[in-house]
Design a protein around this ligand. Structure first.
Ligand code: AVI
Length: 335
């Protein structure tokens, strides 16, 4: 019992900038980050074409348990999830940062199996990912109504509020919330809440605190893929901003703080050096062993994540856990 059998053309709300503007923004970010003490760069710049490929490889690593845990959790609980989603009748299934929707496809199959009325609204900043996903779904689920949106999260949410009037179930999977610092994470979830109506649902993928050795290994794999992923940020600066970083002079370093529940990744300068950036016509100096903070991956306890949802204006409906109890998809209801 599906609404329509169409896959609409993409809605593209991405900022129409020319490459020059993007480059200037990136150059400013790097200038600011490398002039600070301590130095920092944002992990949002990890994901150029090479970085996205490396992230795909990370998800297949034996040490990187997160993707497998959430996938198996979905296999385990999808029937109950679908019943909870569809209890109020027709809904828009909104997938924030959908990518290739590997995990969401399990839900789509189950929703169709249970013949629930819904349509699917994947959102992602990558136009090519949304193009491929729409094509793929058209073949695999010809009866499913799909409306892919290319947008940054907040722009996508605004569009959602203005254009989709019926009930919504919003997915934010993959522990992407972990890459926000704690306060930013709360602010982001509050933003999601502001674009929803009471009774709408929100499914949040959260990597839970666990044995610190397991977490550390996930971000410091033996084959060095995570190191390459981290170092690619410097390669990207060289490529796009005319930098002269010597990658051999930097090393990936990861540490987990079990009290704060945060995994931190750094690029550490192995010698005293200066790096030149053509885009800024500026030099940045590094002391020996000075580090650039490049990523935080926050881990939560269930009570901490429940409280974050509550502070953002949601109540917890239920938490679906993987069999090891290390990863949760937490279902919240907007109040
Ligand atoms: C995308 N994000 C949830 C990943 C994480 O686990 O923080 C990114 C990542 N960084 C290193 N490995 C994976």
């Amino acid at each position: 019992m599906l609404l329509q059998s169409t896959t609409n053309p993409l809605i593209d709300l991405s900022r129409k900038t020319n490459g020059t503007q993007d480059r200037a923004e990136f150059a400013k970010h790097v200038a600011d980050g490398l002039s600070q003490h301590p130095k920092k760069l944002s992990s949002r710049y990890f994901y150029d074409a090479k970085g996205s490929k490396l992230f795909q490889q990370i998800m297949d690593l034996p040490e990187y348990y997160l993707t497998r845990a959430e996938y198996s959790l979905m296999q385990r609980h999808r029937s109950a999830m679908v019943r909870a989603f569809a209890a109020g009748g027709f809904f828009h299934l909104v997938d924030l940062g959908a990518g290739d929707a590997l995990k969401t496809k399990l839900l789509l199959q189950e929703l169709e199996r249970q013949q629930k009325p819904f349509d699917y609204v994947p959102m992602d900043i990558s136009g090519s990912a949304m193009q491929e996903l729409s094509k793929d779904l058209q073949q695999a689920h010809p009866d499913l109504h799909v409306q892919a949106v290319v947008a940054e999260y907040i722009t996508g949410l605004q569009w959602l509020e203005q254009h989709l009037t019926e009930r919504k179930v919003v997915l934010f999977l993959g522990s992407n919330i972990g890459n926000f610092e704690r306060e930013e994470g709360l602010e982001f979830i509050s933003q999601i809440r502001r674009h929803l109506q009471p009774g709408d649902l929100f499914l949040l993928g959260v990597d839970l605190t666990k044995d610190p050795d397991i977490i550390l290994a996930a971000y410091n794999d033996a084959s060095g893929v995570t190191a390459a992923f981290n170092l690619n940020l410097l390669e990207r600066i060289n490529r796009e901003l005319g930098g002269n970083f010597d990658l051999d002079d930097f090393k990936h370093f990861a540490l987990y703080d079990p009290q704060l529940g945060v995994m931190k990744s750094f690029l550490v300068s192995q010698c005293e050096q200066e790096v030149y950036l053509e885009a800024n016509q500026a030099r940045y100096s590094f002391a020996a062993w000075e580090a650039i903070h490049t990523e935080s991956s926050h881990k939560y306890t269930l009570p901490q994540a429940t409280e974050m949802g509550r502070s953002a204006g949601f109540e917890l409906v239920t938490s679906y856990l993987d069999e090891k109890g290390g990863f949760a998809d937490m279902l919240f209801k907007a109040i």
